[in-house]
Design a binder for this molecule. Structure first.
Ligand SMILES: NC(=O)c1ccc[n+]([C@@H]2O[C@H](COP(=O)([O-])OP(=O)(O)OC[C@H]3O[C@@H](n4cnc5c(N)ncnc54)[C@H](O)[C@@H]3O)[C@@H](O)[C@H]2O)c1
Length: 396
């Protein structure tokens, strides 16, 4: 099988730090031919490091390279412009999260990809992490019964959080209530070099069509533990027969149900192997009284750290879709739904905590403001693709 030619656009923190090292390890699938970044120094630096051709704009990139796949890691407000341009050039796409800033921009991307018959995958990585894949197997095996309520407090928020809640609820969202609050924090620069002066806090309460509910609390500074103050978090999934607390699976055995209902907590066990000097997770296993539940790492032949497995998984999803002419595993519609739920949470908060129902049918005030601030900042309307690809989108 011939390898796919891939280029990365936007070699900033996520592109350079997370995607490029993984693309380089997927040598049997990808030829990394080019790196494009509007900042010349960034394009040259990474191109040299990865022995690829540097470009500072996507027009030159498509004019000079034969590409099968493009990995878009420019800032989120630029996704639709770069993606629509690349789709019109006939190149298959994997785009970082969120799929796009608003639903009209997302729909423009989806339509443009469809019109050009190119595949479009979203680099949603959270559910692809080994721990989450393993917990999906535990829930699917019925170990905790039917999921009733999910709590994710001070973990990922926004579209990532929505993706996880929908997956864990295993249902379609019916409604959402959102609350937001912003409070000042002493100015700090966190370990990712992000500047913070406020704690932007959000709460989302979701109802799903199968009667499951979810509570998500997020803060821009607490989820990444940016304040360094030892703040904790809660990840808990309550089912009819058991609860997952963090990674520990709690089950009350039949003989204990009617005399105090004390659970037994089961801890999963990771098996680590050495692949080219890298500690690679081979499997995660949960040994219960009446059986074993396992997640096997299908990518264990690659020297990938636990954190890199999700990135490899998404990159291989678009590769498989292109090679076999199938749909990517996550796909644009799920990415759209994550953004729809996230926008709905902000919109609910903005409308003094009005509960909103899905699907969203109107263009929201939240999105109108996003379009307006985009135009103010960049000097062209958000749907001007040609102007968008020539714009420098600064780090947040
Ligand atoms: N999945 C995750 O867990 C996760 C985590 C962090 C960031 N992200 C996403 O990754 C993307 C990148 O985030 P980041 O923090 O790396 O951003 P960043 O600002 O550090 O990097 C973006 C790069 O894009 C370049 N760029 C800007 N405009 C361009 C243009 N018109 N053409 C070509 N290059 C251009 C910039 O020079 C910069 O090097 C965003 O969509 C973000 O939401 C996802």
């Amino acid at each position: 099988m011939s390898k796919l030619n891939i280029a990365l656009i936007g070699a900033g923190r996520r592109g350079g730090g997370a995607h490029l090292p993984v693309i380089a390890k997927l040598k049997d699938v990808y030829n990394l031919v080019a790196i494009c970044d509007i900042e010349e120094e960034v394009a040259n630096r990474y191109a040299e490091q990865y022995e690829a051709n540097p470009y500072t704009n996507v027009r030159d990139l498509v004019a000079h390279e034969q590409l099968d796949v493009v990995d878009i890691t420019v800032p989120g407000t630029a996704h639709h412009a770069v993606a629509c341009f690349m789709a019109d050039a006939g190149v298959n796409i994997i785009v970082e999260t969120p799929i796009a800033a608003t639903l009209p921009m997302t729909d423009l991307m989806i339509e443009t990809a469809k019109k050009n018959s190119v595949k479009l995958e979203v680099a949603e990585n959270y559910y692809r992490a080994p721990r989450e894949r393993f917990l999906s197997n535990v829930i699917e095996a019925g170990v905790i019964g039917e999921v009733g309520r999910i709590y994710r407090i001070f973990y990922e928020g926004g579209y990532h959080g929505m993706s996880m809640l929908r997956l864990r609820a295993n249902g379609e969202p019916k409604s959402i209530l959102g609350i937001t609050q912003s409070t000042p924090v002493i100015p700090i620069i966190d370990r990712m070099k992000r500047h913070h002066t406020s704690d932007n806090w959000t709460l989302g309460f979701l109802e799903f069509d199968n009667n499951a509910t979810a509570l998500m609390v997020y803060s821009n500074v607490i989820h990444a533990r940016s304040l360094g103050r030892g703040q904790g978090g809660i990840s808990q999934i309550d089912g009819s027969e058991g609860t997952i607390v963090g990674e520990e699976i709690h089950i009350v055995h039949p003989e204990d149900l009617e005399n105090g209902a004390r659970s037994v907590g089961y801890q999963p066990k990771r098996t680590i192997i050495d692949v080219d000097g890298v500690e690679v997770i081979e499997k995660i296993e949960l040994t219960l009284r009446d059986g074993v539940i396992t997640w096997d790492n299908s990518l264990k032949r690659y020297p990938l750290s636990e954190g890199q497995i999700a990135v490899a998984d998404e990159l291989l999803s678009i590769a498989n879709a292109v090679i076999n002419d199938t749909e990517p595993e996550y796909g644009a519609q799920r990415g759209r739904q994550d953004q729809e739920m996230s926008i709905a949470m902000s919109e609910s908060a903005r409308r003094s905590r009005e509960t909103l129902t899905f699907p969203l049918t109107d263009f929201t005030e939240t999105e109108r403001e996003t379009h307006e601030s985009y135009e103010q900042q960049h000097g062209h309307p958000i749907d001007d693709i040609e102007a968008g690809i020539d714009t420098f989108f600064p780090r947040r």
